[in-house]
Write a protein that binds this ligand. Structure first.
Ligand SMILES: [Fe+2]
Ligand SMILES: [Fe+2]
Length: 411
């Protein structure tokens, strides 16, 4: 039975309503539920939030009207697959929206750094920027403006992160500790590029590393064409559903090729990675069942960037909790990948990747142990002291507050 979203008379009286004509939506950008959830962490906004209901666009929350109740209405309506509503922000206001997201991300990062010792702040800040770029790809489509934002984020990562020993571990731990900061494509971009840079060093020039980072950010661009009901399905796919899921590689390739044709700053290799990132080293992947290395077989081999991205893709997906699987700690994810490495991944790329992640995790563990020893000494001195008690009480109260009525995503 259809459960269409009905706009109440009181809402009609309260909101400005814009009828949707041929080009109306060109002035607005859709925003994902993941990003929408960030608005729970702010008290004020300086842009309006629009709700699309069939052929009408409602200015549902004006800057002066932000409230938990209204956010909750939008949240619940968006979760109903059959309601056919979407959330938008005006294109002209998008920089303001991004600014708000940036503020929330920084707040979350600061909380994370306080909670877990040894994490690398620079990695988390670069990741926050990548994440902003990646969300624009998934929800808003790829135009010149998006492509320029993605390229800038990819370049900034290559500039700031390539020599970092703790990037792999910091990102792996971040995903486990605060899943709300997780962004699949941003993490694939970061894992892939750090992996390649550590393996190839100066043999991978800056320009190529930026193309690889862009490949990570765009690899699942075609998923915007896959219905949420399939993307988030808890159980196994029917063969038909699996075909729809698999089609994201073709959609991504097409969308990227169109954008490249229209002059967006994207290397054609990025589109090749989008279509090849589910190919597997021994030929068991899709869509074409390519196998081996492009360098050895230019017709049926898989491009090295796609072989790198496929490893980063699998690792990132294993770390994250999904409706159909639990989150795994980094070591367990690597163990599972090692079991299928011979079939799925190029051993010449996978082995150094696994070694690097382990090295990075050990380094982080050592740093954390050192820090804990330091703070442990202080704790011993102050054990039973009212200050230590107060800190614990404040922390408990803060986490209890944070748990109240917050939406959970993708779980
Ligand atoms: Fe994919
Ligand atoms: Fe992916």
């Amino acid at each position: 039975m259809s459960r269409k979203f009905i706009i109440k008379e009181s809402t009609r009286n309260r909101c400005k309503i814009i009828p949707i004509e041929a080009h109306t939506l060109a002035g607005y950008r859709p925003i994902s539920l993941e990003l929408f959830a960030y608005l729970w962490d702010v008290k004020t906004i300086d842009f309006s939030i629009y709700l699309r209901v069939e052929k009408e666009l409602l200015e549902y929350i004006k800057p002066s009207e932000l409230s938990v109740e209204l956010l909750q209405h939008i949240w619940l309506a968006s979760l109903r697959e059959d309601a056919g509503v979407d959330v938008y922000v005006a294109r002209k206001d998008f920089p303001k929206f991004e600014h708000t997201l940036d503020y929330v991300r920084r707040k979350k990062i600061n909380a994370l750094l306080e909670r877990e010792q040894g994490l690398d702040r620079r990695t988390l800040e670069v990741f926050a920027d990548l994440s902003g770029a990646s969300q624009m790809v998934l929800r808003g489509g790829i135009d010149k403006q998006v492509a320029e934002r993605v390229k800038a984020a990819a370049s900034a990562m290559v500039q700031n992160l390539m020599d970092s020993d703790c990037a792999m571990a910091t990102l792996s731990r971040m995903i486990s500790i605060d899943p709300t900061l997780y962004d699949h494509s941003a993490s694939v971009a970061m894992f892939a590029t750090v992996m390649a840079r550590r393996q190839y060093g100066d043999n991978m020039p800056f320009k190529d590393a930026v193309v690889l980072a862009q490949s990570g950010l765009y690899h699942d661009a075609g998923k915007s064409c896959v219905p949420n009901a399939i993307l988030n399905k808890p159980g196994a796919f029917t063969p038909e559903e699996f075909d729809v899921m698999k089609s994201h590689v073709h959609h991504g390739f097409r969308e990227l090729s169109t954008a490249i044709h229209a002059g967006a700053p994207i290397d054609p290799l990025v589109a090749q990675v989008a279509i090849e990132h589910h190919e597997r080293f021994t030929g068991k992947g899709y869509p074409y069942g390519k196998k081996g290395r492009f360098e050895e077989d230019a017709e049926f081999g898989i491009h090295p960037y796609a072989r790198i991205v496929s490893i980063a893709d699998a690792y990132s997906a294993l770390l994250m909790k999904r409706v159909y699987k639990p989150a795994l700690p980094a070591e367990k994810a690597l163990e599972l990948m090692e079991m299928s490495a011979g079939n799925d991944f190029d051993p010449l790329i996978f082995a150094p990747f696994a070694a690097n992640v382990k090295l990075s995790l050990n380094l982080l563990r050592e740093t954390r142990e050192k820090e804990q020893k330091k703070s442990g000494n202080i704790y011993m001195v102050e054990k039973g002291d009212s200050i230590a008690k107060k800190i614990n009480e404040t922390r408990k109260a803060d986490s209890a507050k944070a748990a109240v009525a917050k939406p959970k995503i993708g779980a």
